[in-house]
Design a protein around this ligand. Structure first.
Ligand SMILES: *Cc1c(COP(=O)(O)O)cnc(C)c1O
Length: 465
């Protein structure tokens, strides 16, 4: 499979190069040159397969030319063998028509593990035997940092530096990063905000001295391989609810538009998806975009669902590319204009195309808390606030009652115990496999919010090996 940029002018790459590159050199995002299609018969046959075999079936066309089916099977088995549930992403029934797809059984209790565990395996496989060491540098406000660290800890040819704002991530989130003591893991607490940390990372990627010394890499959800891994659970869930002979709707708590874009890809591949609900919190740029074409960034409002507190959703560009008829020049023009004015209007014909599959909802804190209580009282489940945003949107969806509605449960409730306790009166305990998190040794560097100090630290540590 070849990969092309959404902005039309970066070189076409194979799967290996697209995975290692992350962002395209023209500022665009890599997408497959065409969506592979599965026949109804092929989808029906998935019902017999476990998660890992489903993953192999779904992803084989995307990695063709770089990885064979057996290589892919080995990497998937290693990635999903670390999950705490035999089904990897089990379905739980909440009511006669509402279901939860639990995506939080990985090592760090958020859905990002599903993609990052595989990405860690892919990086290691692609770098094995070579003499290139890559240096992953990222900033995190919580979930991405721990999932990325768990994915690459102890792997050869990779080191990771993760910056977090000191005192502004939860204790669980910090400990999930700082208690990983593998020598290739470097945690840095910055005296500053998440935006300060993010700005330092961006500056480092543009810093010639740093780029000369290190092969820098990113693991955020602009990386195609992450989205590819997320397509799998849409198929896995839908066939268990009767696909391809019955259509299924999905409600997706959305931030960077990565997870819900994977659902769009599943639909392009032939999965009968009745509706994809883009559920946002009060940071609602995507809801405004789908409802009225108004894609304009404002200031971020902090909420009880921090992983959805975003201004701009990078992966939305991938959908716009398809809606434009895959016109890279048009997307380059739109995105340039957006970068200058922080606002754009989605053309009416593109919006009409999107509305066949997508709907959207904005869920405020009260509606989120109500959904959390509904899940507790009616469904017998304690869920996390992000999942509750998705569930609130799912319950408002006006759709044929014969269609099952699956809400993606993106985090374990124990990751956000305060918000869950406020809504339900129940403080969710950490799962047993993480039970001693609070007894483990922590290791991290505290640095001032000063770019030169952070850069010097990263260069010095990287030079040590
Ligand atoms: C990252 C994250 C999201 C948002 O996912 P996107 O792919 O960015 O839309 C939602 N919930 C949780 C718990 C997350 O960690």
């Amino acid at each position: 499979m070849d990969y092309i940029s959404t902005r039309g002018s970066a070189p076409t790459l194979d799967f290996r190069a697209a995975t290692l590159a992350g962002l395209a050199s023209d500022g665009g995002l890599y997408v497959p040159v065409a969506w592979p299609r599965l026949s109804a018969e092929e989808i029906r046959a998935l019902a017999e397969l476990d998660y890992t075999e489903t993953a192999v079936r779904i992803m084989t066309p995307f990695v063709a030319g770089v990885l064979g089916e057996d290589d892919l099977r080995r990497l998937c088995a290693a990635a999903y063998g670390r999950f705490g549930h035999d089904a990897v992403t089990p379905l739980v029934q909440l009511s006669h028509r509402h279901w939860l797809l639990e995506l939080f059984h990985g090592p760090t209790l958020a859905f990002k593990d599903v993609a990052l565990q595989l990405l860690g395996q892919l990086f290691e496989a692609f770098l094995a035997g070579g003499d290139t060491d890559i240096t992953i540098v990222g900033a995190t406000s919580g979930d991405t940092g721990s999932a990325a660290i768990e994915a690459v800890a102890g792997r050869e040819h990779i080191r990771i530096f993760m910056l977090h704002p000191e005192g502004r991530v939860s204790d669980v989130q910090r400990r999930q990063m700082t208690t990983v003591l593998a020598p290739n893991v470097h945690n840095i607490a910055i005296d500053g905000s998440f935006d300060d940390a993010q700005a330092m990372v961006k500056r480092l990627f543009g810093d010639e001295e740093a780029r000369g010394a290190l092969t820098l890499s990113a693991v955020n959800s602009i990386n195609w391989a992450r989205l590819m891994a997320q397509i799998v659970y849409y198929f896995y869930a839908a066939v268990r609810l009767g696909a391809p002979d019955r259509a299924v709707a999905f409600s997706v708590p959305t931030g960077n538009f990565g997870d819900v874009f994977a659902g769009y890809v599943a639909a392009q591949m032939g999965l009968p998806v009745a509706k994809l609900v883009v559920a946002t919190n009060v940071n609602d740029i995507l809801h405004r975009a789908f409802a009225s074409g108004d894609y304009s960034a404002g200031a971020v409002t902090p909420t009880a669902t921090p992983s959805m507190d975003i201004q701009v959703s990078s992966n939305f560009e991938r959908l716009l590319f398809d809606l434009s008829g895959r016109d890279g020049a048009a997307i380059a023009g739109m995105m340039d204009a957006f970068d200058k004015s922080r606002a754009m209007t989605i053309p009416a014909d593109m919006l009409r195309g999107a509305s066949r599959l997508f709907s959207s909802a904005r869920v405020d804190g009260d509606a989120m808390a109500l959904a959390l209580r509904w899940a507790q009282e009616r469904g017998g489940q304690i869920i996390d606030p992000h999942s509750a945003v998705g569930l609130a949107a799912a319950r408002d969806l006006d759709i044929d009652p014969a269609v099952p509605v699956v809400t993606l449960a993106t985090a374990h409730p124990a990751k956000f115990p305060d918000a869950v306790e406020r809504a339900t009166g129940v403080r969710p305990p950490l799962p047993a496999r993480l039970g001693n998190l609070f007894d483990r040794e922590e290791r991290y560097e505290k640095l001032a919010g000063d770019y030169d100090a952070v850069k010097a630290h990263i260069l010095a540590e990287a030079a040590r090996g």
